[in-house]
Design a protein around this ligand. Structure first.
Ligand code: PMV
Length: 300
């Protein structure tokens, strides 16, 4: 038996536009998924509830095929990451399951193999994944992600933010398709938005490094406008954003695919103490730590 865990994530800037080549800033958060993998003499790979065809199972199967191993596996998932709300739960589940499987069978962790297997797992729930979720679940920390260059880990001086869960679950693939349709219907406008999204991400990086929360917040608000324009905001998101801003956040935006899911907000740490109880009257609120460990072996 072997156990491994991997973190969830928030995208601070650049979701959706990252699928179309623009850079994004992503950070791991201190909510983790754990996979406990056990060998089965005979049979196939399945979750402890019997299900197949999900990210954890597909990722473990990929590890088996890379190792040339044929064994049955049973995988138990314990996760603190809410599902289908933009916090990278499926990537964390896939990364932890592939790490536990690899360590159980080969006695080692190979991050590039885990990344590859997690990506295969992510494809079971996602249309055209950029790879951002599986990279952060595997490597942890925080940094810049582009489709062409992958993940570059950076020192980012932001320790905590607020995550507001609107509670509305949605499918990332549907929202990615919605943006693709926008890009095909309005290519010129989309190109301008893509360029602006890239500028916002790079400027955001400077403010993250200098920990200028006020400027960071303003940029988040602008990023939210771009996301609204391409059609991935929702009434719940707008309400959560407005609540955070009214309660004193410098900025707030959806994180991940949108259409519901989660909103993030930045403010000075003492202000976060005041904003959280106000927003939690309506929505579930997490105060999360950023930049935690990537995939790692745990005691089962
Ligand atoms: O699956 P989510 O909600 O964490 O969204 C992932 C971020 C997107 O940019 C919307 C999709 C992608 O693959 O980059």
């Amino acid at each position: 038996m072997r156990a491994a865990s991997a973190p969830g994530k928030v995208i601070l800037f650049g979701e959706h536009f990252v699928v179309h080549g623009s850079p994004a800033i992503v950070a791991s958060i201190d909510l983790r998924a754990t996979a406990i993998v056990e060998l089965m003499e005979s049979g196939d790979v399945r979750l402890s509830d019997g299900s197949r065809g999900n990210p954890a199972v597909r990722a473990a199967e990929h590890i088996l095929s890379r190792l040339g191993a044929s064994t049955g596996l049973i995988i138990e998932i314990r996760s603190k990451i809410p599902q289908s709300v933009g916090l990278g739960s499926s990537a964390a589940v896939a990364a932890s399951s592939s790490a536990a499987t690899l360590h159980l069978l080969a006695g080692r962790l190979d991050h590039s193999m885990i990344l590859e297997a997690s990506y295969e797992g992510e494809k079971t729930v996602h249309y055209m994944p950029s790879g951002i979720d599986t990279s952060i679940a595997t490597f942890g920390g925080a940094g810049l992600y582009t489709r062409s260059d992958g993940y570059r880990r950076l020192d980012i001086e932001l320790e905590e933010i607020l995550v507001v869960n609107t509670g509305r679950q949605r499918r990332t693939g549907d929202l990615v398709l919605r943006v693709k349709e926008f890009s095909e219907k309005k290519p010129e406008i989309f190109k301008q938005l893509l360029d602006e999204a890239a500028r916002i991400t790079m400027e955001g990086l400077d403010h993250l490094r200098s920990k200028d929360l006020e400027k960071l917040g303003r940029l988040m608000n602008r990023n939210q406008e771009l996301l609204r324009t391409v059609g991935v905001s929702s009434p719940e998101i707008e309400e959560a954003v407005a609540l955070c801003l009214e309660a004193g956040a410098y900025g707030a935006k959806l994180t991940g695919a949108g259409g519901g899911g989660c909103v993030i907000a930045v403010a000075d740490p003492d202000k976060l103490d005041k904003i959280a109880p106000v927003v939690s009257r309506k929505f579930e609120v997490f105060r999360v730590k950023l930049g935690v460990d990537g995939v790692r072996i745990e005691q089962p």
